[in-house]
Design a binder for this molecule. Structure first.
Ligand code: PLP
Length: 463
């Protein structure tokens, strides 16, 4: 029995999911009991404020009565029916609502069970479309480094995570990567603007190097998720990559698994850059807000028609477009629209940003605050002036998460590339958050960072 197994008192059979993870920080996680609004309680009765919506999932908060009602009503009618044998109305209604919200050029929706499945489906749909258009030579999907598009082997091929690529790369088809246009920690002699121009130029260079007629698509998160800590590039970057994709006949895929479903203040983050409309969009997480596993690919009608006309999409899962998940997500998205939660995300995003900027001015270890709407991240540094990163063995963000849990605060992080680009924590409360709750989150973040700073000073690890 390993350390963790004995720490968790593992039974001979079964046991907790944490048994699969060796990280010591995950050892003493509380056991969740219930949740309501933006609060979660553990089985010992302790309350936590959900400042991250789990891994940026619980967009409409916990325990929403309308969604629970829809869930029960649909389960009573029919929970599951095979798409091979039946149409189902929740699927049709959800596809209609989501694509109307997504806007022109994205008239069709294909529902799957999560973000990784959405990435797989987007890549396959793009590939099949290219083949039907007589461009069978196009198969490479260029992605950004770092970036994250999922854990399955196809999605891993476009995920710029060095550890996963090293371990599983032999089993996946690893695709070419271009640098992500970071804005805070920059290579020498670059400003955020010049680096974004360099990164866009790299996309063009890699397409040419690979052979433009072999490149199928470019996939990127329009507002970064965990991999880059809510990275937002300068506006000209989005125009530039759209123009490059057009010029080279390459499809542009926006992975909006984290940035979509209202999180940045608009239904899709893509709406912030109308000159860079994507050809395909993936959604998951917030689209069903944690009430059921769901993902989606949004695609142009003409692409779907072409693929259907040439024999049909050679892809699908048992749970694709299942009635229960679609009915739940329909209630989630209706709630989002009718309560103007996207508007609230835009307004509360401004407040959150102000509060985090104020903490940065007072803290010794908060280096950068970035993001859009309620998709924000704070970058942690050991020196604000030099932007120095803490030594990897400190696992600084995991310690901060622990200190937050001790104070009843939930934050989310995973060190990208073992901290090579820096380390950050996501601050992404549910879109129902109020100003008073943001104040509570800000107070707890400041206390948590101060506690970590105090620990470091005690050890003589800070100037
Ligand atoms: C941007 C992005 N794409 C894809 C995924 C994969 O989604 P899932 O974990 O639902 O498979 C994630 C998950 O964190 C994500 O953040």
């Amino acid at each position: 029995m390993n350390d963790l197994a004995s720490a968790k008192g593992a039974a001979a059979h079964g046991g907790s999911i944490q048994l699969f993870y060796a990280r010591s920080a995950a050892r003493n996680r509380p056991t969740v009991d219930r949740a309501e609004g933006i609060y979660v309680w553990d089985t010992a009765g302790r309350r936590y404020i959900d400042a991250c919506s789990g891994p940026v999932v619980s967009n409409i908060g916990h325990g929403n009565p309308r969604v629970l009602e829809a869930m029960v009503a649909q389960a009573k009618k029919v929970a599951y029916a095979s798409r091979a044998l039946f149409e189902n109305q929740p699927n049709i209604d959800l596809a209609g609502l989501v694509t109307r919200l997504a806007g022109p050029g994205l008239e069709r929706a294909f529902f799957v069970s999560g973000g990784s499945e959405a990435t797989e489906a987007a890549i396959k749909l793009a590939r099949q479309y290219a083949v039907t258009r007589g461009e069978a030579g196009r198969w490479k999907v260029i992605a950004r480094d770092p970036g994250y598009h999922g854990a399955t082997l196809g999605a891993l091929g476009v995920t710029g995570d060095p550890d996963s690529r090293r371990l599983f790369g032999v089993q996946a088809r690893l695709m070419p990567l271009v640098p992500a246009p970071f804005t805070y920690r920059l290579p020498p002699n670059h400003t955020a603007d010049s680096y974004a121009r360099h990164c866009a130029a790299e996309l063009d260079a890699v397409i040419r190097r690979e052979g433009a007629d072999t490149v199928l698509a470019f996939i990127m998160e329009p507002v970064g998720g965990l991999a880059t800590g809510a990275l937002v590039a300068p506006d000209h970057y989005y125009r530039a990559i759209r123009e490059i994709c057009d010029r080279r006949g390459v499809l542009l895929i926006f992975d909006e698994v984290m940035s979509g479903a209202g999180r940045t203040g608009t239904f899709l983050a893509a709406e912030h850059w109308p000159a860079a409309r994507p050809d395909l969009v993936t959604l998951a997480k917030g689209i069903s807000a944690g009430y059921t596993p769901l993902g989606a690919v949004l695609a142009p009608a003409k692409m779907v028609e072409a693929v259907a006309g040439a024999g049909g999409f050679l892809h699908g899962h048992t749970y694709s477009a299942n009635p229960l998940s679609c009915a739940i997500a329909l209630a989630v998205v209706r709630e989002m629209v009718e309560r103007d939660l996207m508007g609230n995300a835009a307004r509360m995003g401004v407040v959150l940003r102000q509060r985090l900027a104020a903490i940065k001015a007072r803290s010794g270890i908060l280096g950068d605050v970035r993001g859009m709407g309620l998709l924000q991240a704070i970058e942690i540094v050991s020196d604000q002036e030099t932007k120095a990163i803490f030594p990897a063995e400190r696992q600084a963000v995991y310690r901060i998460i622990e200190l937050g849990i001790e104070r009843g605060l939930l934050l989310y992080s995973r060190r990208t590339a073992n901290g090579k680009y820096g380390e950050w924590l996501m601050v992404c409360p549910p879109l129902i958050v109020t100003e008073a709750e943001i104040d509570e989150i800000a107070r707890l973040i400041e206390e948590t960072l101060a506690a970590y700073e105090a620990e470091l000073r005690k050890e003589g690890a800070l100037r």
